[in-house]
Design a protein. Structure first.
Length: 138
C-alpha cells in the first residue's frame, strides 16, 4: 500500500514541477498598460456637426482628456469607485459591484469632412457632450 501512495506522490510531484517550470518560463512580450474600461457612447451626425455623447457619470473634468485630430477623437480619463459617504474606516460588505471605475479610454474614428481643430466639449448631468463641426461649416 505504501508503494502505491509513493508512486502517486511522485507523479503529483512531477506534475507540480512541470507546472512550476511553465509558470516561471520567461516570456518576452511588450508591456503596454491598457485601460480597464470603455465608456459607452452615442454618436449623432447632424447637418453641420458630429455630436458624441459619452456616459461618464462620476468623472470630474480634471480627470478627463479629450484629444481630437484628423480622423479620430480620443476620450481618456479616470473615475474613482463610487463608495458610500461617511466614516471611511468603517467595515462594509460589498453585495454587488457593477459600475466600472479606474482608467478608461475610448477612441472613435471620424469621417474626413469634420474639423477636429474646432472641437468643443461640455459635461452635463453625467454626460460628456463633444461637438465637432463640419469643415465647411463656419
Amino acid at each position: 500500500m505504501s508503494d502505491f501512495f509513493q508512486f502517486h506522490f511522485e507523479q503529483v510531484e512531477r506534475r507540480l514541477r512541470a507546472l512550476a517550470g511553465e509558470l516561471t518560463r520567461l516570456q518576452a512580450a511588450p508591456f503596454r498598460p491598457r485601460p480597464c474600461w470603455t465608456p459607452a457612447v452615442n454618436v449623432y451626425r447632424c447637418a453641420d456637426r458630429l455630436v458624441i455623447c459619452a456616459d461618464l457619470a462620476g468623472v470630474k473634468a480634471r480627470d478627463l482628456t479629450i484629444e481630437a485630430e484628423p480622423g479620430r477623437v480620443r476620450i481618456r480619463g479616470h473615475r474613482n469607485p463610487p463608495e458610500p459617504q461617511g466614516r471611511r474606516r468603517q467595515p462594509m460588505q460589498v453585495l454587488a459591484m457593477e459600475i466600472d471605475y479606474g482608467r478608461f479610454e475610448r477612441e472613435l474614428l471620424l469621417p474626413d469632412d469634420f474639423d477636429p481643430s474646432r472641437v468643443t466639449a461640455e459635461q452635463r448631468d453625467g454626460w460628456l457632450w463633444i461637438q465637432i463641426p463640419l469643415k465647411s461649416a463656419a
